[in-house]
Design a protein around this ligand. Structure first.
Ligand SMILES: *Cc1c(COP(=O)(O)O)cnc(C)c1O
Length: 226
């Protein structure tokens, strides 16, 4: 075997050691033109995250016009109740559920010809300045309400920890998320609770090492945003 092949094999083993699970990549395309999405799509990327409802819906419609049907669209920004219908009608996932009322509206407004909307509960794990996400103590009460709803499917948790460049700090927040995620899985063994969405361009390694199953990467794929 060549040195190149050996290196490749070793690298693969290291990766497997670090992540015995699959980590999926969500390409965060907010503020970027549809042409950037197309470029990523043609390079084999099929999952995209958008923060703003109107912008996301426009891109989803552009994809439909081009007869592209195999993209999965995630809303990863805050959702107000006056925008839930648009989201229920167009998106595949919503990662930012932090109120029962929003989940209930999405459930009511999800068209019956579509598969259930896939839902993540957003946890405010460390960012005291952020108003998004519930406190960890509130998780099981909200989850118990959400799992009763038809037309939406609880898949797991999402978090945006306070930004820090210190890997120890990053991992502290991610480890708390991993614990909550395991508790949620144990609470609902019959449900497909399989998604722990954490990790962005600046903290991806810490997130993966801590148990992330989905990283949300914008800048490192599409470049800086204005
Ligand atoms: C913008 C954004 C990202 C991507 O951030 P990058 O640092 O550009 O990778 C991920 N998640 C959420 C919720 C975002 O708003």
């Amino acid at each position: 075997m060549s040195i190149e092949q050996n290196l490749h094999n070793i690298q693969q083993q290291i990766n497997q050691y670090q992540t015995p699970r699959t980590v999926s990549l969500l390409a965060v395309s907010k503020t970027k033109p549809f042409s950037d999405i197309l470029a990523a799509y043609h390079a084999g990327q099929y999952q995209f995250g958008e923060n703003y409802v109107q912008e996301g819906v426009e891109k989803i419609q552009q994809a439909q016009q081009q007869n592209i049907k195999d993209i999965t669209w995630h809303l990863i920004g805050p959702l107000q109740s006056n925008k839930t219908r648009l989201v229920a009608e167009h998106f595949d996932w919503v990662q930012t559920i932090d109120r029962f009322k929003i989940a209930e509206r999405l459930s009511q407004q999800r068209p019956s010809h579509l598969v259930p909307l896939q839902i993540l509960i957003q946890i405010n794990i460390s960012d005291e300045n952020s108003k998004s996400g519930i406190q960890p103590e509130q998780l099981f009460e909200l989850a118990a309400q959400i799992v009763q709803l038809p037309n939406i499917q609880l898949r797991g948790l999402m978090a945006i920890p306070a930004p820090t460049t210190d890997p120890a700090q990053q991992k502290k927040a991610f480890a708390q998320m991993a614990t909550l995620f395991q508790q949620l899985q144990q609470r609902y063994p019959q449900l497909p609770i399989d998604t722990l969405s954490m990790g962005m361009s600046d903290d991806m390694p810490s997130a993966i090492e801590s148990g992330s199953t989905m990283v949300r990467i914008g800048t490192a794929i599409f470049g800086k945003r204005n």
